[in-house]
Design a protein around this ligand. Structure first.
Ligand code: SF4
Ligand SMILES: [Zn+2]
Length: 121
């Protein structure tokens, strides 16, 4: 594993760990086909994220690029696995909280800023 991960790589790893925890405890074992589908979908969304490494936390994203079904699934996974991440993957859990806090403190993705500037014209 690379030591320094960019934001997208780190989010992919965080989502992967969360899905693994969820599947292990809810579906009893290795990654099942449903969870594999969720993981592939999340990775594909991150690959196509228009904000790239300046992205907001997906939960705060104005685009919400997930379809309705997948959005519900990932929310369920995050609700379940989020608290467990603190014990299993504390660094990733901490960075996830930092990313969410950045937005709440007013930091925004570049794309959002430029859209706001355009709308003021
Ligand atoms: S929900 Fe928003 S931040 Fe998350 S991957 Fe999709 S476009 Fe990017
Ligand atoms: Zn599963």
């Amino acid at each position: 594993m690379k030591f320094f991960l960019d934001r997208i790589e780190r989010e992919k790893l965080t989502v992967e760990k969360m899905i693994h925890i969820f599947c292990e405890l809810k579906h009893n074992g290795k990654l099942c086909s449903n969870c594999t589908e969720m993981l592939d979908y999340a990775n594909e969304r991150l690959d196509r994220c228009p904000y790239k490494n300046g992205k907001p936390a997906c939960i705060d994203c104005p685009i919400h690029c997930y379809n309705k079904i997948m959005r519900e699934k990932i929310r369920e996974i995050m609700r379940f696995s989020g608290p467990k991440m603190l014990f299993r993957h504390p660094y990733l859990a901490l960075m996830h909280l930092v990313d969410e806090k950045k937005k709440k403190n007013g930091a925004e993705a570049p794309f959002i800023k430029s859209k706001k500037k355009e709308s003021k014209k």
